[in-house]
Design a protein around this ligand. Structure first.
Ligand code: B12
Length: 309
């Protein structure tokens, strides 16, 4: 990249202060990536133009977002601005998510199921499914659970929000599955595990990515899950382990599930109770997932077109 006009000129120290980049970084970026080409004063000192400073500020902001300098150094200013605009959009989505989460909580406080349904529906209408899960529903459910524990919410209030979320995701699954193509994944919880919202959310996420999501619900015998998965020719079975006191039972059932599935069918496992289990205690072909990012990677692999042979 080259420098712009020859108006005001700034020393490397001034540029360092203006951009937050150290003098060493400025020199290194110039030497290795030619991000700008400042003129030299008679004594050999660098003189940066205002255009240089603007470009360096953009690059500093973009690298702070996690983009390696080697990958962005040659991008045009417009492309750098696009990356920064994505960050701003992400921030405003964060604000929207917080506002929606608050709306849901207020509706629960006031016993207003219609408001709750509406706020949950709005979250799915306004935000991408992973953001609804990460930024709206997970924090809301955690908060509802904590308040229920403290005695601030009744079981009925907890059920009010759980059912609202279940209904909305159920409707979404119907819509998405109508246009799904290719492989399918079966979603369920094993016998004794009644916490279904985690796995339900991941079913919605899979469906939103064009995977066929077969949602069976909570508390199923492993033999039945395996039989169903074979009949629908599923590529994977996803289960959720949430209750730590059920973990021994769940591990035994995972073994039964494994025995009932063809070897190429993976078992995807997530949920808070997995943390206490050694990876080797899970049956072969298990894929442990810590959250949305792991899950999305796996889905992308499944929906990716097969390589040409
Ligand atoms: C709602 C709820 C219930 C409802 C469930 C209703 C339903 N339809 O799901 C009911 C009333 C049935 C229930 C029952 C019980 N519950 Co409860 N429950 C909750 C509560 C309030 C919310 C759970 C929830 O849905 N969270 C939201 C989801 C999205 O979170 P999640 O399930 O953890 O999933 C996240 C991750 O774990 C992960 N994940 C989960 N599954 C998967 C799967 C895959 C493939 C992937 C990639 C990721 C993943 O991603 C999710 C998003 O971040 C929590 C409290 C809380 N603060 O979370 C307690 C909680 C989970 N329950 C608890 C307990 C103890 C019980 C009971 C044993 C209570 C009792 N004495 O009867 C029973 C157990 C029933 C059983 N055997 O399963 C404890 C668990 C103990 C622990 N961790 O130490 C909690 C944490 C409450 C507490 N603070 O003590 N519960």
């Amino acid at each position: 990249m080259t420098s712009g006009g020859y108006g005001a000129a700034y020393s490397i120290k001034a540029v360092s202060q203006a951009t937050g980049l150290t003098v060493e970084t400025l020199r290194a970026w110039e030497r290795r990536y030619r991000v700008v080409a400042p003129r030299r004063a008679a004594g050999g000192h660098r003189l940066y133009s205002a255009v240089d400073v603007e470009r360096l500020r953009r690059l500093q902001e973009v690298t702070r977002l996690g983009h390696p300098i080697g990958q962005v150094a040659q991008l045009a200013d417009a492309d750098l601005d696009r990356l920064l605009a994505e960050r701003d959009a992400d921030r405003s989505q964060g604000d929207a998510a917080r506002a929606l989460a608050q709306r849901i909580l207020t509706s629960v406080e006031r016993y207003r199921p219609d408001d709750c349904d509406q706020a949950v529906a709005m979250a799915f209408a306004l935000l991408p499914v992973p953001d609804v899960i990460r930024r709206v529903l997970s924090p809301v459910l955690r908060e509802v659970g904590d308040r229920w524990h403290r005695g601030d919410f009744t079981i009925a209030q907890e059920h009010m929000v759980s059912s609202s979320i279940r209904r909305r995701i159920g409707a979404l699954l119907n819509t998405f599955n109508g246009s799904a193509r290719g492989s399918g994944v079966v979603f369920a919880t094993l016998g004794g595990e009644q916490h279904e919202l985690g796995i339900l959310m991941f079913a919605a996420l899979a469906a939103s990515r064009s995977l066929r999501a077969f949602y069976l619900g909570p508390d199923l015998p492993p033999e039945d899950i395996a039989d169903y998965a074979r009949r629908v020719d599923a590529a994977a079975v996803a289960v959720s382990l949430v209750t730590p006191s059920s973990i021994e039972l769940s591990l035994r059932q995972l073994g039964t599930l494994r025995d009932g599935l063809p070897p190429e069918v993976e078992i995807w496992i997530g949920g808070a109770a997995c943390g206490g289990v050694a990876p080797e205690d899970f049956p072969p072909g298990s894929v442990l997932m810590s959250g949305c990012a792991d899950f999305e990677t796996r889905i992308n692999l499944l929906v990716a077109p097969a390589p040409h042979r």
